[in-house]
Design a protein around this ligand. Structure first.
Ligand SMILES: C[S@@+](CC[C@H](N)C(=O)[O-])C[C@H]1O[C@@H](n2cnc3c(N)ncnc32)[C@H](O)[C@@H]1O
Length: 256
């Protein structure tokens, strides 16, 4: 699945806030090495550079478009194109930061302990994932996909996101490798201009990608029209024409 840095940064402030909240929960450590996996256009990497001024900070992402944007943004940082699924560098790292990416990577029960094993003693694995598959925004993406001439083309779209495990399952996956596992869930309420069309624009940069990529231009336009009409019911416009998008996210900081 391809990613567009330009579409993603359209809501950069809102998308970076959970990264700030995640970073703030990492225990104080004199980090010498930090890596941002699924670094996107470098917005989350920039936070690591600011906080861990004495560390060697690196980033990796599977999208060359994102890596190009990240290199432009932070020319002093080493960014590599790599897939987390097959990334097997042992480190060890003082900080492994994964903001808004592991929901696209399968088999958390194998992946998370494998990442924790690459931490130094006292190092932290920091993860944030959207927990929104049961929100109207995502339920409606699936319903419109199943109920249109594109149904067969979109049969695999929903499966590209990894189902979230429960907080207790994540705790169990990490507790035997880490001295402390901190898990919490926050719902942000983002005011978006333009009513339901604002919600469409937001998800074009992330969750809608697997649903749009298989479609031709005419189908894309039709799918988006139907999706937006369904969103108008689920997210009624406020008096100023904006909508509030509730956006739940799960956070994990596991420290060795
Ligand atoms: C929602 S963006 C997050 C960007 C940034 N970390 C942030 O905090 O805003 C998700 C990023 O994960 C990348 N990604 C998705 N699957 C990946 C994988 N298997 N390996 C590496 N990167 C991946 C995408 O290319 C995209 O840049």
């Amino acid at each position: 699945m391809s990613w567009s840095a330009k579409q993603y940064v359209a809501f950069e402030d809102e998308r970076t806030r959970p990264a700030r909240d995640l970073l703030a929960a990492i225990p104080a450590v004199e980090a010498r090495s930090a890596i941002d996996i699924g670094c996107g256009p470098g917005n989350s990497t920039e936070l690591l550079v600011e906080r861990f001024a004495n560390a060697t900070v690196r980033g990796l992402d599977s999208s060359t478009d994102m890596i190009d944007a990240a290199r432009k943004r932070l020319p002093q940082v080493q960014f590599d194109t790599a897939d987390i699924d097959t990334w097997n560098e042992n480190g060890p790292f003082d900080v492994i930061f994964a903001n808004a990416v592991l929901q696209w990577v399968p088999d958390h029960a194998t992946l998370l302990p494998s990442l924790a094993a690459r931490l130094t003693q006292g190092g932290s694995l920091a993860i944030q994932m959207p927990d929104n598959l049961n929100e109207p925004s995502h339920r409606l993406m699936r319903e419109v996909a199943a109920d249109g001439p594109w149904a067969s083309k979109l049969a695999d779209a929903a499966g590209q996101r990894t189902e979230m495990a429960s907080a207790s399952d994540y705790y169990s996956m990490l507790r035997s490798h880490c001295a402390r596992v901190d898990i919490w869930r926050t719902t942000y309420h983002h005011p978006l201009a333009g009513g339901a069309s604002g919600v469409v624009e937001w998800f074009k940069g992330s969750g809608l990608r697997p649903f749009l990529e298989p479609l031709d231009e005419a189908e894309k336009a039709q799918y988006l029209n139907q999706y937006q009409a369904a969103l108008e019911q689920a997210y009624p416009a406020l008096s100023d024409g904006s909508v509030l998008l509730p956006f739940p996210r799960l956070f994990i900081v596991a420290t060795r």
